[in-house]
Design a protein around this ligand. Structure first.
Ligand code: FSX
Ligand code: SF4
Ligand code: F3S
Length: 362
């Protein structure tokens, strides 16, 4: 018999207090307001665990790796135990015929109720022979599992957009799963996606019993509504025209903006600057490397990664970062546009304050 999440947690020895803490964390991860914690608790107490089948096609399993390292320790239990993970090629105990049987039974007995999550793109060239599981092509497998699913989630940029498999010259004609599934797909891109975002999306579906609001690329707006650049902690440096010019320069040590080193944060929609990674510890930019736009469609072909963007929409006050120095220089020499100079000085002092704050936190 299937249990609720609370019943499963009790069986594993979790206290009521730990359960409520988990509910609060899950509500926050799902982007729900504090007042929704009661609703989360009620859903986790009463609703049966959803049946989840987790498919792997053309991918590296980084998405699973990311998810099982989610910030909250209970998430590992959520994956392995609290969710009814009826089929996962990576994590389930059965193999071979037994595994196939488990999958067939899961979808037959839970028609219209189970959730399908997919990692990886699907090859379509030569009848799809480049990814076969149990004698079936990935395409046949996907069409079968998705047909009666309540929801289909594409974990990662491969499932959502084709990822590395679909990069030029795309030798297997790999496609995103939305091309083959006849119902809305929730795209959760990123190579891999952020674990807490994956958990947030899953919680949203579990608690509210509905799909999160999606943008025109099928991404949950809550997590993909803003560019990495919009909330980047290095943004004051960008606005002030303070850039890293080479990986080992003084500006790099000072944590200046990585735009000139190829950072694609200005054209990348993801929650890395806000949610960050590893329990909010850091993010690619925070560790000193620019964003490579891993959550964007065709990101492998959007490069080169280490050449700065020529321009992008809503660039701000400067036309390109290269001209920033010139503009400020001319303004100073001419003695006009004092406002620009004052603004820059003010921004530099803001940066100094931000850096002082950072040091305090450390
Ligand atoms: Fe793709 Fe996920 Fe990149 Fe890897 O499974 S999104 S290659 S991190 O792992 O699909
Ligand atoms: Fe941050 Fe990159 Fe934008 Fe600079 S260009 S502010 S490092 S996201
Ligand atoms: Fe990917 Fe950029 Fe975030 S490379 S992990 S979207 S900072």
């Amino acid at each position: 018999m299937s249990h609720s999440i609370w019943q499963s947690m009790q069986q594993k020895g979790y206290s009521r207090r730990e359960f409520l803490q988990f509910c609060a964390w899950a509500a926050a991860a799902a982007g729900l307001s504090k007042t929704a914690v009661g609703q989360v608790a009620e859903a986790f107490e009463k609703k049966q665990k959803p049946v989840v089948v987790w498919m792997h096609y053309q991918e590296c399993t980084g998405c699973s790796e990311s998810f099982i390292r989610a910030a909250h320790p209970i998430v590992a239990d959520v994956l392995l135990d609290v969710l009814s993970l009826n089929y996962s090629e990576t994590l389930m105990a059965p193999s071979g015929f037994q595994a196939e049987k488990s999958l067939a039974e899961s979808i037959r007995d839970n028609k219209g109720k189970y959730i399908v999550v997919v990692e990886g793109a699907v090859p379509t060239r030569d009848g799809g022979v480049y990814c076969m599981i149990g004698g079936k092509t990935a395409e046949q497998s996907l069409r079968t599992v998705a047909a009666d699913a309540a929801a289909v989630i594409a974990w990662g940029s491969c499932a959502a957009f084709g990822g590395v498999q679909a990069a030029k010259p795309n030798p297997t004609d790999a496609v995103p799963i939305s091309k083959l599934v006849n119902k809305p797909v929730i795209n959760v891109p990123g190579c891999p996606p952020i674990a807490d975002v994956m958990m947030g999306v899953a919680t949203h579906i579990l608690v509210l019993g509905q799909l999160p609001a999606l943008d025109d690329q099928g991404r949950p707006k809550e997590f993909y509504g803003r560019r990495v650049h919009d909330t980047c902690y290095r943004r004051p440096n960008y606005d002030a025209g303070l850039f890293v010019e080479s990986w080992d320069d003084e500006n790099a040590r000072k944590g200046y903006c990585l735009y000139k080193m190829g950072c694609r944060g200005p054209v990348t929609y993801n929650a890395c600057s806000v949610v960050r990674w590893n329990d909010g510890t850091s993010s690619p930019i925070q560790s000193g490397h620019g964003c490579i736009g891993c959550s964007e469609a065709a990101f492998w072909d959007n490069g080169p990664f280490y050449q700065h963007l020529p321009s992008f929409p809503d660039f701000g006050i400067e036309s390109t970062a290269d001209t920033v120095g010139t503009v400020v220089g001319v303004a100073t020499v001419a003695g006009v546009a004092a406002h620009a100079v004052v603004t820059n000085i003010r921004k530099r002092s803001v940066i100094a304050e931000v850096h002082a704050e950072d040091h305090k936190e450390l």
